[in-house]
Design a binder for this molecule. Structure first.
Ligand code: OTU
Length: 557
């Protein structure tokens, strides 16, 4: 079946035949666009061999020019894909996830120069250095300042009214949980004599995908950015697209159909443009966003992340091995990829992803070391990675070793490569600006490059130590495609504190042994065939001893 036929079929499954005219003109538009733009495909599965770095352009280094100036720094670190946190025009009350214009980049990021010049040049420079660029696009909701909403709120018979969900009462979709628990009290907000639905902040009205025009418009936005050469999109808050009375309004079958429509359109315009699912859900639900290889190419492994913290605290490999076992993490379609991370711009999320309430409590009790870090009343922790690790370089290096050697594409959150600390001043500043006490602002904050450069010249500083260990591992990783594409074979050492596995692709094999405990441990296995690639806190002379939090990566001769 051709992609266009697929679009027609799925569209009809969702919308019936009522909007056939719109469907046909949409299909014609896709054909036309492809012909006029003739954008060549991206390499197949490129996202399985990159290391991602996520950043806010302004907080990282002021604007796109500033980011361009730091491309060498990023390349040197071993980064090969940038995920730009929201760059589209926005009042910035949800750090840009409240978009008011999907085709326009925030003027301050462009130093008030023409978008076409600044952004196109940036993309070109990044690509010249072998760095791909993806960015965030919120497809579930818009800013209340978006022109669609500005129109919609005017009157009940406004042509844009139907782009959003309205109700005479706030008693609709009552089974939809409140996501920003503790910050928002309802999913409805009064506007005139009706209420509109918002799954996140009350200044972020949800789009109504029951109206196919919304899907068409959003696809046009993706087409625009594809034509500019953007390598992919992080599809924010993807589980919530379709709302239906009597359901939880998440992971609805029609949400999956809409994702399939987006994917088919993307594949038609520019194959291998990445769609990355941001679905903070239980593993069985997350895997559904890969579809049969026809939804998102990649998805964050939300369920794994907190288990890495649990394993470290328990000094046991079990939570990691268990979470990655097939009973918890089902296989994903050929060519798909998990994205793994230790921290991101949000809280350390314990929402839905933990297997038990006990886990949530355990992780929160051990890692929420300061009441100020709490997010959503116990469902998350807002703290920078280094702080969660008590600024202990051994623990930091070990956690990176685990993330970088397990299957998946790793994501490094800006600043974490040098142990950036929580930013209390930035948090306070943002509460003033947004009017919401959102503790996630603690983990955002600006980079002070002058200070950083000083620290990176001092071998005894935390920044230096973290940076050098991480960049060494990243460089090794980039030389072996087996890390991104290969299989994993777990090795049982009979010692619960040891996390050991073999990664392999074709004839190449790398062994990884990691000590999750604060005590030394000896591996009673022959290691005569090993040639050590990197490691930390270990001794090796035909037998391997790992000191506290030590690890090695070894290639098998
Ligand atoms: C996502 O959040 C973004 O990552 C957040 O930064 C935004 O605030 C939010 O969408 C709204 O645009 O949608 O599928 O901190 O853990 O709720 C889950 C909140 C989301 C995140 C999570 C996430």
């Amino acid at each position: 079946m051709s992609l266009l036929q697929k679009i027609e079929n799925i569209w009809t499954q969702i919308y019936g035949n009522e909007h056939d005219e719109m469907l046909h003109s949409f299909v014609a538009e896709l054909q036309n666009f492809k012909q006029t733009h003739a954008i060549g495909p991206l390499p197949q599965e490129w996202y399985r061999e990159v290391t991602v770095y996520s950043l806010y352009v302004d907080l990282f280094n002021h604007n796109f020019q500033g980011l361009e100036d730091k491309l060498d720094y990023l390349q040197e670190l071993g980064v090969s894909c940038l995920w730009l946190l929201p760059i589209l025009d926005s009042p910035g009350r949800d750090a840009g996830f409240d978009i008011k214009d999907y085709r326009k980049i925030r003027p301050d990021l462009l130093s008030h120069q023409p978008q076409d010049e600044v952004f196109d040049r940036f993309l070109q420079r990044a690509h010249e250095k072998g760095i791909r660029v993806i960015f965030d696009i919120a497809i579930n909701h818009v800013s209340e300042e978006h022109p669609w909403f500005a129109e919609a709120r005017k009157s009940k018979d406004n042509a844009y009214r139907n782009y959003f969900h309205w109700s005479p009462t706030d008693k609709k979709y009552e089974d939809a949980r409140i996501i920003f628990y503790g910050i928002e009290e309802s999913n409805w907000k009064k506007e005139g004599d009706e209420y509109f639905f918002h799954r996140f902040f009350d200044f972020q009205p949800d789009l109504n995908y029951e109206n196919p025009q919304v899907f068409v418009e959003m696809t046009r936005n993706l087409m625009y950015w594809m034509s500019k050469g953007v390598d992919g999109f992080r599809a924010d808050a993807i589980p919530y697209l379709w709302k239906e009375e009597g359901t939880a309004c998440e992971n609805h079958p029609n949400t999956h159909r809409i994702v399939k429509l987006f994917r088919a359109a993307v594949d038609f315009i520019r194959p291998n443009t990445l769609l990355l699912a941001e679905a903070c859900q239980q593993p069985v639900e997350v895997v559904k966003y890969f579809g049969d290889g026809d939804e998102c190419h990649a998805g964050y492994h939300f369920p794994l992340m907190p288990q890495l913290y649990k394993a470290l605290e328990l000094q046991s490999a079990e939570p990691i091995v268990h979470t990655l076992s097939q009973s918890i993490t089902p296989n994903i379609p050929e060519g798909s990829q998990w994205f793994t991370f230790l921290r991101c711009h949000d809280e350390l999320s314990l929402e839905l992803v933990y297997v038990t309430e006990e886990d949530r409590k355990y992780i929160h009790d051990h890692y929420c070391k300061n009441p100020e870090w709490n997010f959503r009343l116990g469902q998350g922790i807002s703290a920078r990675f280094a702080e969660l690790m008590d600024n202990n370089v051994d623990k930091i290096a070990l956690m990176y070793s685990i993330m970088l050697s397990l299957p998946g594409t790793p994501v490094v959150y800006y600043g974490d490569e040098f142990g950036k600390q929580n930013d209390h001043n930035f948090y306070k500043e943002q509460i003033q600006l947004t009017g919401k006490d959102d503790t996630r602002f603690l983990v955002r904050g600006r980079i002070d490059w002058e200070q950083l450069e000083k620290e990176l010249a001092q071998p005894e500083s935390l920044s230096y130590q973290v940076y050098h260990r991480l960049s060494r591992m990243l460089k090794i990783r980039s030389q072996y495609p087996l890390f991104g594409r290969g299989d994993i074979q777990w090795m049982n050492t009979q010692k619960k504190q040891l996390l050991m596995y073999q990664r392999s692709l074709e004839n190449e094999k790398i062994l990884v042994v990691q000590n999750l405990s604060n005590q030394s441990v000896v591996l009673e296995q022959s290691s005569a065939q090993w040639s050590i690639l990197t490691g930390h806190n270990y001794e090796f002379n035909n037998q391997l001893s790992l000191n506290a939090y030590g690890f090695v990566w070894a290639i098998l001769k």
